[in-house]
Design a protein around this ligand. Sequence first.
Ligand SMILES: CCCCCCCC/C=C\CCCCCCCC(=O)NCC(=O)O
Length: 578
Amino acid sequence: MTENYCLSCIGYYALIPFAVYALAWIIDNYNHRQKLKVLVKQRAADRKVNFEWAKNNFEKLDERRAAEITAKEFEELKNSLQNGEIGPVETVRAFQRKAFEATEKTNCVCLFIQDAMETAQHLEDLAKDPSYQKPPLFGVPVSIKESIHVKNMDSTLGYSQNINKPSESNSLSVDQLIRLGAIPFVHTNLPIALLSYGCSNPVYGTTSNPLDTSRVPGGSSGGESALVALGGSVLGIGTDVGGSIRTPASFCGIAGFKSSSDRTPQLGKTASIPGRQLLLSVEGPLAKNIDVCTEYLRLKWNDAVLFEKDVYLPPVRFQYSQYMSKEPLRIGFYTNDGYQRASPAYERAVRETVQVLKDLGHTLVEFEVPQPDHMYSIFCAGATADGGHFLMNSLANDIIPPEANIGFPVARLPHFIQRILRRYWPNRRERQIIQELPHDTEEMRKMHEKIEDYRHDFVLAMRAKRLDAIVCPSFGCPPPHHGVPNKLLSASSYTALYNLIDFAAGTVPITVHNAADEIELRKVKTEDSWDRKIVSESKNCDGLPVAVQIAAPPFREEMCLRLLKEVESKIGLYHRRH
Ligand SMILES: CCCCCCCC/C=C\CCCCCCCC(=O)NCC(=O)O
């Protein structure tokens, strides 16, 4: 009896270290969260002061003059700054006002970059010297996605744990923009961790679509698309690893372009998942039309200094011969990628584009995406890189409001449970994704091999039909309501494919959702919750823009831009309206 009593006492004592450890963990966690909450509050207060500063600053410029300046299209703005009709200081002030109004409507600006005023004043002083040669973007204010480093500004990526960690230097792209005469003047909003096409985070809140504020502006460069669409910036720089330039551009009715990864530097931005091997995040432009994107890329690729600063960047200049060519091309097209049927309006947009390209003398050939289920599953594996380990740890370390929640709880489970789920998870498409998430180095190596093999298969499929480029939907559905993107991964398959195979790809808006699309929607068959969400989110969106996507192999960026321009000039929304 006594012996039994002693044994059970020892048993209880043995639990004490565990209890102490658990208690310490709970206290630590609580303290950590409290600290984060303080940081978030502090940032909200600092942001208020920052916005007040911007307001005081732009109010120094007459409102009518500001409106005159911001009404100018990119080319006209550039020329007016070149010929001295307007100056950099007043131009920054004019765009600050417009960006301020845009953020009142959509919450698209994180912070105004205060150094912009100094840069503008410096340019103005330089221009007083008659021998000064104005650089090509002299005085043009540009907006920068928050994940791209700007000296003295945080790149939080929407994590509260990253508040008050300012960048020590500019990213290469920001440095280059300044060298070209441009003035980075705002940092724009994004979804926490960047891996979403919504746009919500605990630090700066939720950005809305300017055309329907109950819907998302797209992501992750959603602050950019909302701002540019509202005229608060003539050129925005975003990043794209699964569609984060093209999706927000499509959702807000503007143009967006991402090159293949070899044509843009990697230095100076914080990637959603650092150390990712094959799915590299790519910086690129968002603007009201594709000409502005092209002009920016022309200047970017013709700047020899860029290639000196990043010795790993292949020194490939802007390829005028591709861009100016009038040679008819063979172009593949599909309305359905075989993974996720897109809303009818996107299918119609492809059919209308195909007709336009045929009329222009190109040959259009139907194309089937090889192994679509495999394609999207290995994309998810490649985009998260380590089975979601880094992502889930970073998220677990933060405070995530429900509308910003991008977590996929499966990745948080112990691997032996995930291995069971790989077999028995009820939803087919989710099961396929879980099966590809790597759990050890061998699986990770195999994942990379699968991506390389898939790239090769895709190129062979294009070669078999002798294709130069591909036309397809820009996305699976119209901008969904806030909170939906993270429950509807599959709609991103149309953009994700071109990151997986590292092609150049761009989108231009060419039509709007209409009543006939909604009638067509009634015929759509649904298999799972993703299909059903596509259908429900495609309702009541009359008038929202619909874009088309054009993609081309790496180092054929300029050919891709040429085709986007041809389509936009014929049926593009803005060309038709203005
Ligand atoms: C049960 C399902 C398990 C799901 C595993 C999901 C992995 C999620 C990966 C990708 C989601 C794709 C959404 C695409 C968003 C675009 C991201 C982007 O381009 N970001 C830009 C950047 O990182 O620079």
